[in-house]
Design a protein around this ligand. Structure first.
Ligand SMILES: CC(C)(COP(=O)(O)OP(=O)(O)OC[C@H]1O[C@@H](n2cnc3c(N)ncnc32)[C@H](O)[C@@H]1OP(=O)(O)O)[C@@H](O)C(=O)NCCC(=O)NCCS
Length: 174
């Protein structure tokens, strides 16, 4: 289920903490090991509540969030961001289902024409998920992130409204 955030989500967000593998997928260093605390959870929640197009991924409680950032009404585009924050729930199809829901909203109710994203090149699970949802790889920005002392590239991806419809009409990944 996707729903708007509420202040009572703070405990669930605190319990999820900062998993090192997931943190790395967002460009974080393994050496950053400060515990995820109450203030972090409250700041995260406040930002999510104030965001005009952010939703909680709820599966019997908060497990992550998804956003359409920088919605541009003139050009009818936005950028996409998602994080499932429980490592036990990765790779089970949830990200694909959530991405499809948000793209359906973006191209349906919001009447957007294009949704784009950037993802670290080593995040193969995320790239596989986005390809299944109709995104194409549009480019590569070299050495955009310095993680644990090594440079990593960003992959730029985008999907247009008609491409999402086409992707929905065929089995995943075909
Ligand atoms: C990115 C994310 C939303 C994808 O959601 P998910 O539920 O984990 O992914 P799904 O199970 O829907 O799909 C993943 C696909 O990648 C494949 N996959 C899973 N683990 C993989 C791995 N380690 N390497 C490569 N591919 C992998 C799966 O097989 C699946 O493809 P298939 O259905 O064709 O078999 C989720 O992993 C996540 O939130 N990760 C942590 C934060 C993050 O990376 N956010 C994105 C930053 S741009």
């Amino acid at each position: 289920m996707l729903r708007r955030p509420r202040y009572s989500d703070v405990d669930a967000r605190l319990a999820l903490g900062r998993d090192p593998e997931i943190y790395r997928m967002f460009g974080g260093d393994a050496s950053f090991n400060r515990p995820y605390g109450q203030a972090d959870a409250e700041a995260w929640l406040q930002h999510t509540i104030e965001h005009p197009a952010a939703w909680i991924i709820d599966r019997g409680g908060l497990i992550g969030d998804v956003r359409l950032d920088n919605i541009n009404r003139h050009d009818r585009r936005a950028s996409f961001a998602i994080g499932i924050l429980d490592p036990k729930l990765l790779g089970k199809g949830l990200g694909t289902a959530v991405t499809e829901l948000v793209l359906a909203h973006a191209f349906g109710a919001l009447a957007l024409h294009r949704v784009s994203l950037r993802v670290l090149a080593f995040n193969e699970r995320a790239i596989a998920c986005y390809l299944k949802c109709g995104f194409s790889i549009e480019g590569r920005e070299r050495q955009t992130a310095l993680i644990d002392g090594a440079w990593h590239d960003d992959i730029m991806m985008g999907v247009l409204a008609h491409e999402f419809s086409t992707a929905q009409d065929r089995p995943h990944g075909k």
